[in-house]
Design a protein around this ligand. Structure first.
Ligand code: URA
Length: 307
């Protein structure tokens, strides 16, 4: 990994940690173990940087100025080495071995940060669930059997959003477990993905009576939960199933028969509207169109398609 990529990764990690409310700007407040990790990572960035001295003058100012603090840290922790009579070849060999070691440390550092981000995401999703599981913000709260929050992998690149729980989901407390859910699961499996590896939720988390569409009020009461779920999962691609979720996230959208299969932008995320599986069960002729949409999912989520 080169120096610029490493710096970029570090910067991105810090941004995502800050997004989670873990501001590392105040290093004194950082737990000691994490301070040590951060220093270890920064220390090696300096070492890698000094071995790539040719690009140094072109570094942005803020990176150069940060280096001064880090140099102080490095001096305190790495006493200067004695000069030796080694041949150029020996020095080169040593440098290569050290660089290899440093990159391993960088990877370790990244893994450690990733572990923390993952743990923070699990904590955040649990906090979100606890906060709303007894929600009574709208009348659906009074008539539900279960609050259907959503399930699947919160680390997934792919997030499906349906309309709202039906009778089966209300009974079991899980999204898409009825007939429509079985079709959705099959379609996910057909593109080579296990259902447990995607995240699935709905616009509203409580069942509207007689499976009617949720009202605007019900949607607006529930929307903050969905937005937070999207923030936490931070998928590469959101797939909205049918008109209700598509138009909730992108209000001026034409109907699903016109926009299905197009990659749209919703805030920071790519969004692919497609047919709701209940609609497909009633309109089998639209199935080939839905398959074409599903084929786009893996291309976008795993980035073989560039935009
Ligand atoms: N339809 C939806 O929109 N969501 C479910 O969870 C089930 C059926």
């Amino acid at each position: 990994m080169d120096f610029t990529t490493l710096l970029l990764q570090l910067k991105n990690k810090l941004i995502s940690l800050e997004k989670e409310g873990l501001s590392y700007l105040n290093i004194e407040k950082m737990p000691e173990a994490e301070q040590r990790l951060l220093y270890k990572g920064l220390e090696e960035i300096i070492s890698i940087e000094s071995s790539i001295s040719s690009n140094k003058k072109n570094l942005p100012l803020e990176i150069n100025s940060k280096k001064t603090h880090l140099e102080i840290f490095q001096k305190e922790h790495n006493p200067p080495k004695k000069l030796s009579n080694k041949t150029d070849c020996e020095i080169l060999n040593e440098k290569e071995t050290t660089l290899g070691k440093q990159q391993t440390h960088a990877e370790e550092f990244n893994q450690e940060i990733n572990k923390n981000v993952k743990k923070n995401n699990i904590d955040s999703i649990n906090v979100l669930y606890k906060k709303f599981e007894s929600c009574q913000r709208c009348e659906l709260g009074g008539i539900r059997n279960n609050f259907v929050f959503g399930n699947g992998s919160i680390e997934s690149e792919i997030m499906f959003i349906g309309e709202g729980p039906g009778a089966d989901e209300d009974k079991l407390g899980e999204p898409f477990v009825g007939r429509a859910g079985k079709l959705l699961t099959k379609m996910i499996n057909t593109i080579g993905i296990d259902r447990q590896d995607v995240y699935i939720t709905n616009i509203v988390k409580c069942r509207p009576p007689q499976n009617r569409n949720p009202t605007n009020k019900e949607i607006s009461c529930c929307l903050p939960i969905l937005k937070k779920q999207i923030d936490i999962v931070n998928p590469k691609l959101i797939i909205t199933l049918g008109n209700v979720p598509s138009k909730t996230l992108i209000p001026d959208l034409p109907g699903i028969t016109k926009v299905h299969g197009q990659i749209l932008q919703y805030e920071n995320w790519k969004l692919l509207p497609t047919f709701h599986p209940s609609y497909l069960l009633r309109n089998r002729a639209s199935m080939p169109l839905a398959w074409n949409d599903f084929k786009i999912i893996t291309e976008v989520a795993f980035e073989s398609l560039k935009f």
